[in-house]
Design a protein around this ligand. Structure first.
Ligand code: SPV
Ligand code: MN
Length: 609
């Protein structure tokens, strides 16, 4: 490390930082080490480095670049993401773990020499707005300029912020190496590993580039934050944060948790509303209310099906000058193309499989699409014209309502308000969702996904839920909780709702916060009245929402719900859960049984309640 870089580290006055960097240098043996501060020059250096070393290529539009991940590195690798644990644990959920010493030995062996001939980049970030009691600090070391550049778009710079540590070791640490590269992508994919040390707030990641695996600050920091939050009594959630614009100038802040690729970003981007964040929220109690910050400042969003009609704001950002990294789309003549963009797609180009042509098949004879289903764009929220004015407020935004949603084709209805906070927590815990392309593996399989957070929960499920249940203690304003399902289908497999219908559910929920709509009480919670939805559909979407549609969508599928309760009872037989949760499960099951007996029907029209 040269004098200039040494000086940058010295200015932070922190032994722990120096020790971590020294350790990483000894292990990974880079040829060069560069410390990136918050200065414009340092950030520009990174951007250029990603171009010069080929990790990103310039596209036709100013400041747009393309990055490709390896063919087998297109999504989060859940199997090879493991907690380093000193002893066996029972968290009540599947825990992917490895005995700590064994895991460390393995990952050190992969990291050993991993940066020979490469440049090590050292970066400092703030998770959450700077100068905020919500925020955490994160030190990232990586040999990938793409990773460091992506983090520049997605997180707030924290070099200056690190000075306020005053020598303390209270920061997260991430060490990443893309490993040996072939044609610019990680070559040793079988040795891809992501190992998380909750005791030391450290994560090691090697032989990968896909952001969900490589970027320490995204889902890896999230797992550390969830663990930290339990001890400190706040919530770290897989949630968007948005301003819902109701009557006159009223802005009501909502957060919402959905599994990956189930409508989280698209909800936060509903036209007419403003976005604070689309993926990870930190929630805290302040002066008797709940407030939330986006721990990120950008979007790493799914590009599949983004088009002018459905996603005008994002589409605009993706087709005009401004800093954007495209990943795993098709490039033809310096222009990106992707499935579902509703434009003519060229029949050849370069994509995540290399040279691509229409009809190209993979080794198993399956046709390779022009873009991967999990292909993404990375951009700063400030590029979007619907960014909320409080997006960077150190005090966060006041949260009045919380959404939980999943991808469920046959059981849960489009929107339900919980009876109480505890019932809402229960509804969040019983979210089930059909798997998507955001993780490696089979798609479309129904999986239980508590709080849409299953992939990231890093403590016993019971502890995590207890933290939610007691969160309202001392609160003067308790947020309402809703569950949503945008993916209900009819018997022929056709979706019952249009993509934009969620705007109506959202505005109904917003009105409910102020008691503007009445609701119908059912065994599963409070549901909207037809007349209110009808008015909202006309006002918002200029659409006649007829009674038959309402009945089809909002009828209580008692038998299906009872089956769901059965599945839940089975799951929770073996899991130590807070008593309040178990009571909610029992009570809802009983309510459903009673109504089934009363009406003797499999499906009950909302007009019968
Ligand atoms: C998700 O999969 O939930 C994402 C993208 O937000 S990733 O960075 O892969 O986690
Ligand atoms: Mn996510």
């Amino acid at each position: 490390m040269d004098m200039v870089n040494q000086e940058k580290l010295k200015n932070l006055n922190n032994e722990h930082i120096i020790a971590k960097i020294k350790g990483a240098i000894q292990l990974c043996k880079p040829t060069k080490v560069t410390v990136i501060t918050d200065s414009k020059e340092d950030i520009a250096y990174l951007r250029n480095l990603a171009i010069n070393n080929g990790e990103e290529k310039k596209l036709k539009i100013e400041s747009h670049t393309i990055h490709f991940d390896g063919y087998y590195d297109q999504a989060r690798d859940k199997n090879n993401t493991r907690y380093l644990l000193s002893k066996d644990v029972d968290w009540g959920i599947k825990v992917n773990s490895i005995e700590k010493n064994k895991g460390l030995k393995e990952i050190y062996s992969y990291l050993d020499d991993s940066m020979a001939g490469k440049e090590m980049l050292v970066r400092f970030f703030s998770l959450g707005p700077t100068n905020s009691l919500f925020s955490l600090k994160a030190l990232q070391i990586t040999d990938s300029a793409y990773v460091a550049h992506s983090e520049d778009l997605l997180y707030r710079q924290g070099y200056e912020e690190f000075k306020s540590l005053n020598g303390s070791s209270d920061f997260f640490f991430f060490l990443h190496s893309a490993g040996r590269l072939e044609n610019g992508v990680s070559a040793d994919i079988d040795e891809r590993r992501i190992y998380i040390d909750l005791e030391e707030n450290k994560v090691y990641s090697v032989n990968n580039q896909y952001a969900g695996n490589s970027l320490g600050l995204k889902k890896l920091a999230f797992r550390l934050a969830i663990n930290k939050a339990q001890h400190e009594g706040w919530l770290a959630e897989h949630m968007f944060i948005m301003g819902v614009h109701g009557k006159k100038d009223r802005v009501t802040y909502f957060t919402g948790a959905f599994p990956s690729a189930c409508g989280k970003t698209s909800t936060a981007m509903i036209p007419g509303q403003t976005i604070v964040g689309d993926d990870i929220a930190y929630l805290n109690k302040i002066n008797g209310g709940v407030r939330a910050v986006n721990m990120e400042s950008g979007i790493f969003g799914i590009i599949h099906s983004v088009n002018l009609e459905d996603d005008p704001v994002i589409y605009q950002a993706l087709t005009t000058p401004g800093e954007v990294i495209f990943s795993n789309v098709l490039i033809n003549n310096g222009t990106p193309y992707w499935e579902g963009m509703k434009k003519d797609i060229p029949d050849k180009g370069i994509n995540f499989s290399g040279e691509w042509f229409e009809g190209k098949k993979d080794s198993q004879g399956r046709e390779i699409p022009c873009s991967h289903k999990n292909a993404r764009y990375t951009l700063r929220l400030s590029e979007l014209n619907n960014i909320d004015s409080k997006a960077n407020d150190p005090d966060g935004v006041p949260v009045k309502a919380i959404f939980y949603g999943g991808r469920d084709s046959d059981t849960t209805i489009p929107i339900v308000e919980s009876l109480t906070w505890a019932h809402g927590v229960f509804l969040g815990v019983i979210v089930e969702s059909e798997t998507t392309s955001a993780t490696i593996g089979v798609q479309g399989v129904r999986k239980h996904n508590p709080m849409a957070n299953l992939d990231f929960i890093s403590v016993p499920l019971g502890t995590y839920i207890e933290n939610h249940l007691k969160f309202t203690k001392d609160l003067k304003i308790i947020p309402k909780i809703y569950t949503t399902n945008y993916f209900l289908k009819d018997e022929t497999g056709k979706y019952l709702n249009g993509k934009i219908d969620k705007r109506v559910w959202l505005l109904w929920a917003e009105g409910r916060v102020y008691g503007e709509y009445e609701a119908i009480e059912t065994p599963i919670g409070l549901i909207p009245k037809h007349e209110d939805l009808k008015n909202l559909f006309i006002r918002e979407l200029d659409k006649d929402y007829i009674k038959a549609e309402y009945i089809q969508q909002f009828s209580l599928k008692v038998v299906k719900y009872l089956e769901k309760m059965e599945r839940m009872s089975k799951i929770f037989e073996k899991v130590e859960m807070p008593a309040a949760f178990t009571e909610e499960l029992k009570a809802q099951t009983e309510r459903l049984r009673e109504i089934r007996t009363k009406f003797g029907e499999d499906t009950i029209s909302p007009f019968k309640f």
